[in-house]
Design a protein around this ligand. Structure first.
Ligand code: ATP
Length: 419
């Protein structure tokens, strides 16, 4: 008889000792409570692939909240619970573990969130998106480390395939279209032939997905190491136009995202910069529509609006011999990611250099004299102060003066002329 597959060695090798100990202990406690506990989802997939993943998702055939309350005592952690879904999040030291009661889902209408009721592990795995995400590992003492793989996920991992569990998967939840592209591109896998056919058949179902859920998918893509790969594939499969028909997922975008990474290194670019580059090909009106399509939060929306408005100023910003104070005036009102996006995407090297000058030097230049200093020198309080401050700032930016003393001299000169 062939030896039963067991992944306890992989668990030990790839996860930190503290998490391994936690899982052992959790399995033992579940066992004494007469419950069955499993590790599920992405972490199982990544354990099998030999890739790091510390997002532990546990599923219990039993009561997740009660089990979590019991485990909380052992690790001296903090617990947040959702009684409606019977889920719990346990936090201690730097660790976080999600516990869920095994459940079954029914979709009342496409795109809506499903109706959830308690169920078995098999039912819980059966509601998942792809075979490679529908595997579990036992944690109870009797079957610790044993894989449960009812949908052939391990074979699909070996053959590098993304496969849905049933023909209606994308109809039930079209966000799986985005998820499928994301896993395919992240892992360098392929959508399995039939799954690809279903995806093409069902792209229209993306219309059933709310703005919030669509935005979440875009945010997840932007957190990938190479988001442009997902957008390229989305363009190829006519999925990208569902975000906006004028978006580009081609080599242009790949080049701009690569530049954004170089500029932001060692940290990855912030979502606002990626999003501004993605939306760069859109007109101002199209940008507004894209913002409402994704119901973007205010800060991100502002970055996109700034990007579109600044784009229309690039010709002015490319004027030869533009003074530093002229550059300052053109740029001061806009958010930094919008400027960086324009400096990456503009075709004018001069405009790009001017943005660089603003971001590295001009925006930090300040005058030293305060309003009180000016009043003491004889400036009338009110609009004159503001006017003089602006003139001083212009002189500072253009290098005509360089110290507090220079500022005083200039103000004295102006006051003599005024009187
Ligand atoms: P990642 O590495 O991107 O975090 P993950 O597999 O951990 O991948 P999550 O989005 O955290 O992904 O979801 C956890 C698990 O929940 C998935 O592995 C999958 O089994 C299931 N899941 C998530 N979203 C869906 C969905 N829309 N439809 C079905 N199952 C889903």
């Amino acid at each position: 008889m062939p030896k039963r597959l067991n992944l306890s060695k992989e668990i030990e090798k790839q996860l930190p000792a503290e998490l391994v100990n936690f899982m052992w202990m959790a399995g033992e406690i579940a066992h004494t409570r007469g419950e069955k506990l499993y590790l599920v989802g992405g972490v199982v997939r990544d354990l099998m692939l030999g890739q790091a993943n510390l997002d532990l998702d546990l599923v219990v055939e039993g009561n997740a909240i009660e089990l979590a309350q019991r485990l909380k005592k052992n690790v001296n952690g903090k617990l947040t619970t959702h009684s409606r879904f019977n889920t719990a999040k346990l936090l201690w030291d730097n660790w976080s573990v999600d516990l869920t009661t095994a459940r079954t889902e029914t979709y009342e209408k496409p795109g809506a969130l499903p109706k959830v009721t308690p169920g078995s592990l098999d039912q819980d795995l059966g509601r998942r998106d792809f075979t490679i995400n529908a595997m579990a590992l036992g944690l109870n003492p009797g079957f610790y480390g044993q894989p449960i793989d009812p949908h052939g996920g391990r074979d699909d991992l070996k053959n590098e395939l993304i496969r849905v569990l049933h023909d209606n998967s994308f109809i039930d939840d079209a966000t799986r279209i985005w998820r499928g592209l994301r896993y395919e591109q992240r892992l360098d896998f392929h959508l399995e032939k039939k799954t690809l056919g279903l995806l093409k058949r069902d792209t229209e179902m993306l219309k059933t997905i709310s703005a919030d859920r669509t935005r979440y998918e875009v945010e997840c893509i932007l957190k990938e190491r190479y988001p442009e790969k997902v957008f390229r594939r989305a363009a190829e499969l006519e999925v990208l136009p569902h975000l906006h028909p004028s978006l580009r997922g081609d080599g242009w975008l790949a080049e701009k995202f690569e530049q954004a990474r170089k500029l932001s290194a060692p940290a990855p670019p912030e979502a606002g910069l990626y999003l501004a580059l993605l939306a760069y090909p859109l007109t101002k009106e199209e940008t507004d529509r894209f913002i409402s399509r994704l119901k973007l939060p205010k800060a991100l929306a502002q970055i996109l609006i700034d990007t579109a408005v600044l784009k229309s100023k690039m010709r002015l910003l490319a004027t030869p011999g533009l003074s530093p104070s002229g550059i300052f005036r053109l740029l001061e009102a806009y958010s930094s990611p919008a400027m960086v996006a324009n400096s990456i995407a503009t075709e004018s090297p001069t405009a790009s250099q001017n943005i660089h000058l603003y971001l590295t030097r001009l925006k930090y230049i300040e005058i030293s004299l305060t309003g009180d200093d000016l009043i003491q020198m004889g400036v009338t309080s009110g609009p004159e102060i503001r006017e003089i401050m602006e003139r001083l700032q212009k002189a500072r930016l253009d290098g005509e003066i360089a110290s507090k003393e220079n500022e005083r001299e200039l103000v004295r000169e102006w006051l003599t002329k005024r009187d």
